[in-house]
Design a protein around this ligand. Structure first.
Ligand SMILES: *[C@@H]1O[C@H](CO)[C@@H](O)[C@H](O)[C@H]1NC(C)=O
Length: 149
């Protein structure tokens, strides 16, 4: 017995996976949040332990050990506001926050070999430098990129 698929069904079969793939792909703002934003209350006071938990949890040790990454602690609205009233334009699309945020910097140690990624962490309060697109942060930069220390 032969069945013929109508064009509607064919379209569904070919477009559905494409739509699902498109839905899964994160936007630059979502990627910024995954890599650089932690809105949860402080739950790990040791920055090194924090980094060794958070780097895998946020998928930054999947195919390589991401060498250097910073987590900004605070409400998403306050971090996003750095692109507007909470920040000062520096150059290009970079904005420097007017007030400091707690930031955990994570860096691989010499013992780190993928897939065993090992991080050291450092927590301090600093103004953050971000690149913005359409009023949303899409890239985290070292404070020095915005003229900071
Ligand atoms: C990490 O990747 C897995 C598998 O692709 C995905 O299910 C999960 O949502 C990702 N986690 C984050 C925080 O994006």
């Amino acid at each position: 017995m032969k069945t013929r698929m109508g064009p509607g069904l064919l379209l569904l079969i070919f477009l559905l996976p494409a739509c699902l793939a498109a839905a899964r792909r994160e936007t630059p703002y979502e990627k910024f949040q995954r890599q650089h934003v932690d809105t949860s209350d402080p739950w790990e006071s040791d920055p090194t332990r924090y980094c060794n938990l958070m780097m895998p949890r946020r998928n930054m040790t999947v195919s390589i050990c991401k060498d250097l990454n910073s987590f900004v602690h605070g409400a998403l609205a306050r971090i996003t506001a750095v692109c507007g009233s909470g920040g000062t334009w520096h150059h290009g699309n970079f904005y420097y926050s007017n007030s400091p945020f707690p930031v955990t910097d994570c860096q691989t140690t010499g013992a780190s070999r993928w897939p065993r990624c090992v991080y050291g962490g450092d927590l301090r309060s600093k103004r953050i430098c971000v690149a913005c697109t359409n009023g949303q942060p899409v890239h985290y930069a070292r404070p020095s990129v915005c003229g900071g220390p």
